[in-house]
Design a protein around this ligand. Structure first.
Ligand SMILES: [Fe+2]
Length: 376
């Protein structure tokens, strides 16, 4: 079933009408600490006026741990939750997705070891960052014994989402830029993914166009631009929901954990060099649609990024990073390179249209970290 995407104030009325229609009496709210800074008192007053008890669950950190999710499931059961509402960034939405998926499963066995059984618990989401697009995907990321786990199930895609630009007003500069670049990378990687199709490309190219169009006013704090950016991130989320991400994201995770960069910042650092490498090695194209298809795709991406004729889109991207003041980390050492190259998930690399071996990855990491990106 297609997801309901509500924009602005109409979203709250639609959600209240849904709660009323479904006769919900116990709402389970998964949210991060930022909730208290958000102008949502009016909405919660209206929820309570419907006689609905709200149980709030915030006992998790960014990059949520499995134990936090399991505690959330426990709390959901104890309080007899009937519907879940997630308000927050990607982590809050991912926790809510897992609570929904695990709520009908056996609590005596690790949820990650069980097959997911669909249930009728509905999930709604109100994202407070414009970037991850988690509210549009079937993926959730949690950490078990320090290891990243990708939980994937179609039934965890929220039934409805509210895109409300005013919730982004208090977002600090660095997470705001980084999240925006995350959405941009989702759009670019999804477009060139070997799994792209007509539907995914309609989402991904539209997302890129919107991000480029609204970026400047968004970064200046314009309310309408914030809503457009939320929509762009949602579209990019819909695109990766079909295609998954590719080598850029696969390479970015270790940069994030090693150097403490934000996710979108890491992903965006990888793309210009990766793109240049792919252009130079298009003879290693593994997309069954062939090299010509890949070259055409690069052209479509250049157009969506608003690249002037004669300018390469990868250079435009490098320039954008410079304009945003986002640099490669300073604290890297040459001996980090083999560890970084070995960390890349080979399954994720299979989505990439150009084959990359360990040697290519090492070369790319070196180029990215030695700030050759900043040189354009
Ligand atoms: Fe991402």
């Amino acid at each position: 079933m297609a997801q309901c995407v509500w924009r602005g104030e109409e979203g709250y009325s639609a959600l209240l009408a849904t709660l009323k229609e479904k006769k919900v009496k116990r709402l389970f709210l998964v949210c991060d600490e930022a909730l208290r800074f958000l102008p949502l008192e009016g909405f919660f007053t209206a929820v309570e006026a419907l006689g609905i008890t709200v149980t709030r669950f915030s006992d998790f950190q960014p990059n949520p741990r499995y134990e936090s999710v399991a505690a959330g499931v426990e709390r959901f059961r104890e309080t007899g939750g009937e519907m879940i509402l997630a308000i927050g960034g990607g982590s809050a939405i991912d926790v809510a997705k897992c609570v929904k998926l695990y709520s009908g499963m056996d609590s005596g066995t690790c949820y990650l070891e069980q097959e997911v059984v669909s249930n009728g618990v509905e999930l709604f989401a109100i994202p407070t960052t414009a970037g991850t697009g988690s509210e549009a995907t079937r993926y959730a990321v949690i950490y078990y014994q320090g290891e990243k786990q990708s939980v994937t199930h179609l039934s965890c895609i929220p039934t409805g989402v509210i895109l409300d630009g005013k919730l982004l007003k208090t977002l600090p500069d660095y997470p705001k830029k980084s999240a925006m670049l995350d959405a941009l990378c989702h759009g670019i990687e999804s477009t060139w993914s070997v799994h792209s199709d007509e539907e995914s490309r309609s989402y991904s190219l539209e997302a890129i166009r919107r991000i480029m169009e609204w970026m400047a006013p968004y970064l200046e704090g314009d309310g309408q631009a914030a809503e457009e950016m939320l929509l762009a991130a949602n579209l990019a989320g819909k695109a990766i929901n079909i295609t998954q991400t590719t080598a850029g994201h696969a390479m970015s995770y270790k940069l994030t954990s090693t150097y403490g960069l934000a996710h979108g910042h890491s992903a965006a650092l990888c793309l210009p060099r990766l793109w240049r490498y792919m252009r130079g090695h298009s003879d290693r194209c593994v997309d069954p649609r062939g090299r010509e298809h890949l070259v055409r795709t690069f052209g479509e991406l250049a157009e969506a990024l608003g690249c002037p004729a004669g300018r390469l889109p990868e250079d435009r991207l490098a320039q954008l990073l410079r304009e945003l003041g986002l640099k490669a980390p300073e604290n890297w050492r040459r001996e980090d390179i083999p560890k970084l190259a070995a960390s890349v998930n080979p399954t994720r690399l299979k989505n990439n249209p150009v084959a990359l071996d360990g040697k290519a990855l090492a070369l790319l990491y070196e180029e990215i970290l030695s700030k050759k990106v900043a040189e354009g």
